[in-house]
Ligand binder design. Structure first.
Ligand code: ADP
Ligand code: MG
Length: 469
């Protein structure tokens, strides 16, 4: 047995305190809605003999969790840490930079997969609630949806079908839908790559490789989710490749999902990548505003069926959420679930400012994406001047107003200090920055066209061009 596999075995069976394991457990015991909306973002900070310190990013989330879920969380952690008597929360506000770094770290950590993700997707368990009917189609996922439908109607049409896209874009939902529609008449095997690996390691350990092989090679349809987790696992890849070839040879359908294109899979054998590319490769892109809005509407309807029409999320809130939560469909659904828990518990629909509090940690992310560079580009384009002209020292009127506008927008839309703003505008003095801000503030009150332009620009910047309102 290679060291790599031994390492996996060791960590899979280790019972020591491990935050990832606890998160997995919380998800299983408390349900994925609560988990996705509130618990996923709890970070582990420190462990002492009888208490542990956790962190979340806003006060609201801390209060929400402690008032509703703390007992259950305590019980869950206690199974791993018997002496535990209390849990404390610290508030650590995160910048989007930290989040980005965090996702990089997660990817790196996953390179030596030592835990099983997606356990809710238990071994070959297909979720009835993720089907083609409730998959909302937009321009970013249309191709992937159509290919999935084709595969479900006519096996081996595209073989393999390879679907890729970022986290929370709907890949698992589509794979699940394919499995659901084919399982009546076919032997369907739906498994995440990590599960596949786990079963593989387990079979080696118990000398059951023959059974393992038979099990997989007997299927008519093999759906493998998140194939990127096979990165660098040589023995696994070897086994997978044989299974994969055997299945294609006998005309079974193989469907694969990944977070990146086949040629971008690092440390996966070339021959595997080239077979992946040999079928149909489709991607799912980030959802645009229209799709996000349709999803929010659809989910709100579903929730209303579930809660017998007791959910009332105003049109305004639905639009607000669709505009603001852009990163992924998963985040969008999580945001909506939070609003629903709020409205059920307080028996009222949150208004915009309450919604902002409830979703603060998610909203910060998009706010932080406003950079001076973005503001300058959008303002230059709007006034049809070049960036060089905007940053030059020339004082012609047609340049001064746009420059002042950009400075003003930087002041109100970012948290940069006056000297910092000055520096970004060709080292202008901070008094120039103050002057610009004051000038625009004054003009806005008397000049309707300028005031409209500013609002227009503000929307373009905040919603990054795509959603002009
Ligand atoms: P991925 O596997 O790409 O990370 P998932 O398939 O798990 O993403 O999707 C995350 C969540 O968003 C799930 O709850 C899923 O049902 C939902 N979802 C994603 N895309 C859509 C869509 N187009 N229509 C409806 N729900 C969607
Ligand atoms: Mg997935």
């Amino acid at each position: 047995m290679s060291n790599n596999i031994k390492q996996n075995l060791k960590s899979i069976h280790s019972e020591s305190f491990n935050w990832t394991t606890i998160q997995k457990d919380m998800r299983n015991k408390m349900g994925s809605d609560i988990y996705e909306s509130w618990l996923r973002k709890i970070d582990f900070v420190e462990e002492m003999s009888n208490y542990i310190l956790l962190s979340v990013s806003t006060r609201f989330i801390r209060d929400w969790i402690t008032s509703r879920y703390l007992d259950q969380i305590l019980q869950i952690i206690k199974t791993y840490k018997k002496d535990l008597t209390r849990i404390e929360f610290k508030i650590i506000e995160k910048s989007s930079k930290d989040e980005a770094q965090e996702s990089i770290n997660t990817v790196e950590k996953n390179e030596n997969v030592s835990f099983i993700r997606d356990t809710y997707l238990q071994y070959n368990r297909i979720d009835q609630n993720k089907n083609f009917e409730n998959f909302v189609i937009g321009s970013s996922n249309k191709l992937a949806f159509e290919a999935s439908m084709k595969v479900s109607e006519n096996i081996s049409h595209y073989n393999p079908l390879y679907i890729y896209g970022g986290v929370g874009m709907g890949k698992t939902h589509l794979l699940n839908s394919i499995g659901l529609s084919l399982k009546e008449n076919n032997k369907v095997m739906f498994i995440s790559a990590e599960r596949f690996m786990y079963q593989f390691v387990k079979s080696i350990k118990s000398n059951d490789m023959v059974k393992f092989k038979e099990y997989f090679r007997n299927s008519d349809v093999l759906l493998i989710d998140d194939i990127q987790f096979m990165n660098g696992k040589e023995a696994m890849q070897e086994e997978f490749f044989h299974t994969f070839n055997a299945l294609l040879d006998k005309g079974s359908q193989v469907i694969i999902s990944a977070d990146r294109a086949p040629n971008k899979l690092s440390r996966i054998q070339e021959r595997i990548k080239s077979r992946f590319s040999g079928g149909l490769v489709v991607d799912i892109q980030s959802p645009d505003y229209e799709l996000r809005y349709q999803i929010v509407k659809k989910k709100t309807e579903e929730l209303n069926i579930f809660y017998s029409n007791q959910i009332n999320i105003t049109e305004e809130i639905q639009k607000f959420v669709s505009l603001e939560i852009k990163t992924s469909v998963r985040e969008l659904v999580g945001a909506l679930n939070r609003i629903v828990s709020f409205s059920r518990i307080y028996n009222k629909t949150p208004n915009i400012s309450e919604t902002k509090v409830i979703l603060k940690d998610l909203l910060n992310l998009s706010e932080n994406k406003v950079t001076i560079d973005l503001i300058q580009s959008i303002v230059c384009k709007f006034f049809k001047i070049s960036k060089n002209e905007m940053l030059s020292s020339r004082r012609s009127r047609y340049l001064v107003r746009p420059r002042q506008t950009a400075i003003y927008l930087t002041k109100i839309l970012t948290s940069k200090s006056l000297p910092e703003i000055g520096r970004e505008f060709s080292n202008r003095d901070h008094t120039t920055v103050i002057h610009s801000v004051k000038t625009i503030e004054k003009l806005k009150k008397v000049d309707i066209e300028l005031s409209n332009n500013i609002d227009n620009l503000k929307n373009k910047i905040l919603y990054n061009k795509e959603n002009e309102i």
